[in-house]
Ligand binder design. Structure first.
Ligand SMILES: Cc1cc2nc3c(=O)[nH]c(=O)nc-3n(C[C@H](O)[C@H](O)[C@H](O)COP(=O)(O)OP(=O)(O)OC[C@H]3O[C@@H](n4cnc5c(N)ncnc54)[C@H](O)[C@@H]3O)c2cc1C
Length: 290
């Protein structure tokens, strides 16, 4: 079997793997970087299945700062990731995110609001009447307040992934269609990976960007990481109402969220305490919709 050497091997070619390769090569264009992806169609990867919503409305400083950075990236994405005259379309639109608050969620959200403000975020604290102004379809029963981030928005996760992927290939990263089934170690030092066809790739740095499968990769070197792949379900519904402009994405105290996609199309989702944990269940369930 042949053997190849790299400065960095990235396991997983989803948005995290491809973006990491990009920022490594931006930092040092001489690096030899390999991205290994077991399924270039990304059928079960999280990235293309994601809602693509981006917001500064978090209660943790680091999350807010990551979103602030992401929003800066979106501003110049098409130009920065142009390859051979073709600009990627991230389809980023800033329709705003509206959080509806009840008595139970109000205080924690107010703390988050103050933190967001202290970090320079554009966010508003709303009365129930103002919530109704932003989202005329919403029944205001139990609503005691709301927060609105006018710059929050939604992008095409596949558009963003394709932008990073094409750019890193142009910059010299090797995108390899293969499955990593072993991470190689000598003593305490990582030395590379073994692919399912037996080929060995060598590097002292192996990055685990395997998403929902990251725990399995870590286990191969005896490491335990707190990644629990939890089933989520998103449903697109078509309603009779056809608002003239795109409404803000709506986040309700129950955990239900509603992202208006234009005209009568709405994308909805919710998580439940007993959501399935594992990487082998992709079946749509009526009970998760109701
Ligand atoms: C339904 C849903 C909605 C979401 N909505 C949002 C949202 O609105 N906003 C937001 O910010 N985030 C959202 N997310 C989360 C977001 O999608 C993920 O955080 C992000 O896509 C993770 O990217 P990733 O590259 O880590 O994982 P992935 O995209 O899953 O990529 C991991 C890749 O690793 C590959 N891989 C795994 N094991 C191996 C191996 N052994 N060898 C080679 N390749 C391997 C897989 O094939 C996969 O392509 C959502 C996720 C889901 C599922």
């Amino acid at each position: 079997m042949s053997s190849k050497n790299y400065d960095v091997i990235i396991v997983g070619g989803g948005v995290m793997g491809c973006a990491t390769a990009y920022y490594l090569l931006k930092f040092d264009s001489t690096l030899k970087v390999a991205i290994i992806e077991k399924d270039p169609t990304y059928e079960f990867a999280s990235t293309p299945l994601s809602d693509g919503n981006m917001r500064i409305q978090f209660n943790i400083k680091e999350n807010i700062q990551m979103s602030q950075y992401g929003m800066e990236v979106m501003k110049t994405f098409a130009d920065e990731f142009e390859v051979d005259g073709v600009k990627p379309d991230a389809a980023f639109r800033q329709q705003g995110n509206l959080f509806v608050l009840d008595e139970h969620s109000k205080d924690e959200s107010y703390e988050g609001y103050l933190l967001q403000k202290s970090l320079g975020c554009d966010v508003e604290w709303l009365t129930p009447e103002e919530v109704g102004k932003y989202y005329p379809l919403y029944n205001l029963k139990d609503c005691v307040a709301g927060t609105f981030g006018p710059k929050d928005g939604t992008m095409s996760p596949m558009g963003v992934l394709n932008g990073y992927k094409k750019k890193v290939i142009q910059l010299g990263a090797e995108y390899i269609h293969a499955e990593v089934n072993q991470v190689l170690k000598e003593g305490n030092q990582i030395v590379g990976v073994k692919l399912s066809d037996g080929e060995m790739l060598h590097s002292k740095i192996v990055m685990n960007a395997a998403g929902a499968w990251a725990k399995h990769i870590a286990e191969r070197v005896g490491a335990s990481i707190p990644v629990e792949p939890t089933k989520r379900q998103v449903t697109i519904v078509e309603a009779n109402v056809h608002p003239q402009k795109v409404l803000p994405a709506l986040f309700l105290p129950s955990g239900l969220y509603v992202i208006h996609e234009g005209e009568g199309m709405f994308m909805i989702g919710k998580c439940f305490a007993d959501d399935y944990v594992g990487t082998d269940d992709f079946v749509w369930e009526r009970k998760m919709f109701e």
